[in-house]
Write a protein that binds this ligand. Structure first.
Ligand code: MN
Ligand code: MN
Length: 296
């Protein structure tokens, strides 16, 4: 990666870190979830970045992939809140970072478990570290707190116009000998659960991405697709489209895109046994020296 490109990742990472920190300050009992999402996404733009995906605000037994609709009236009370923020600059996704805020006050150790797992994993990251070793560190840290890692969620490479690419970084010891290579940008994201440690899709998806381009007949769908071209293959929210189009047009277009096979939708991911879940995430550049992109 050339110096200028790396600079974009570094800047995107810094903005993601700031936006997450700002967002953590908004997570309080009585706050409206929709306001938090909108404020964080606005903050990203003010700081000079663009959201690499809709802000995820997921509660309790939901690990990820919840973002509110515009008319969402959820008010925070005593949930375990996972905030997950992504930022890109000119397509360079340099910041994917998450934190958990426990408003119940009863899950301090669960929050600590994913934080400790992330720290332990980051300590061993360097060129040549195997993916299995990272998974082992994460698993050991979470199990030592008495919880289980979520096995079917993993860290990942981040790249140009891409939030999820190779390598997949496991949250348990897979014994995968594949080494980290110089020049990789990666996100590590342990999830700790009090339940099954396996998540499954549950509920309606409000986050989507385009997977292909195909000609469409309907004018409404064409208009919506034109607007979506700005995101390329990055995830977008139903909520973002409703700023431009009435909700019935948005739903019509999403349905058609789904029918012709060019839409991938991401429903919320929920623990199979309704276990409570915490998450921690940082993005790193694996260079000669490892750089944490999303540390304040
Ligand atoms: Mn994330
Ligand atoms: Mn991630």
């Amino acid at each position: 990666m050339d110096k200028e490109t790396l600079q974009r990742y570094v800047e995107a990472g810094r903005i993601a870190a700031e936006a997450l920190d700002f967002g953590k300050g908004l997570v309080k009992s009585g706050a409206k979830v929709i306001d938090i999402a909108e404020k964080i996404e606005k903050k990203i733009v003010v700081l000079g970045g663009l959201p690499a995906f809709p802000v995820n605000i997921s509660f309790d037994d939901t690990a990820a992939h919840y973002t509110p609709l515009p008319d969402d009236d959820t008010v925070l009370d005593s949930q375990i809140v996972k905030l997950d923020v992504g930022v890109h600059i000119d397509g360079c996704v340099g910041g994917d970072t998450a934190a958990t805020i426990d408003l119940s006050g009863s899950y301090t150790d669960l929050v600590k478990a994913s934080q400790d797992a992330l720290s332990a994993a980051m300590k061993i990251v360097q060129v040549g570290t195997s993916l299995g070793e990272i998974g082992r560190e994460i698993e050991q840290a979470i199990v030592s707190h008495g919880f289980v890692p979520i096995r079917n969620l993993s860290g990942h490479g981040i790249g140009e116009w891409s939030v999820h690419e190779e390598p997949s970084i496991p949250n348990f010891d897979t014994k995968d000998p594949t080494p980290l290579e110089e020049g990789m940008t990666i996100a590590i994201e342990p999830f700790a659960s009090t339940g099954a440690g396996i998540v499954q899709d549950k509920g309606l998806p409000y986050i989507h991405s385009l997977t292909a381009q195909k000609p469409v007949r309907n004018a409404v769908t064409r208009q919506v697709l034109k607007s979506l071209s700005q995101y390329r293959t990055l995830p977008f929210a139903t909520r973002w489209l409703t700023k431009e189009f009435p909700i019935f047009k948005v739903n019509f277009a999403l349905r058609e895109m789904n029918q012709i096979g060019i839409l991938h939708s991401y429903p919320p991911l929920v623990d199979k046994q309704k276990g409570m879940i915490s998450q921690a995430e940082h993005s790193l550049y694996v260079g000669d020296k490892v750089k944490v992109l999303t540390r304040l």
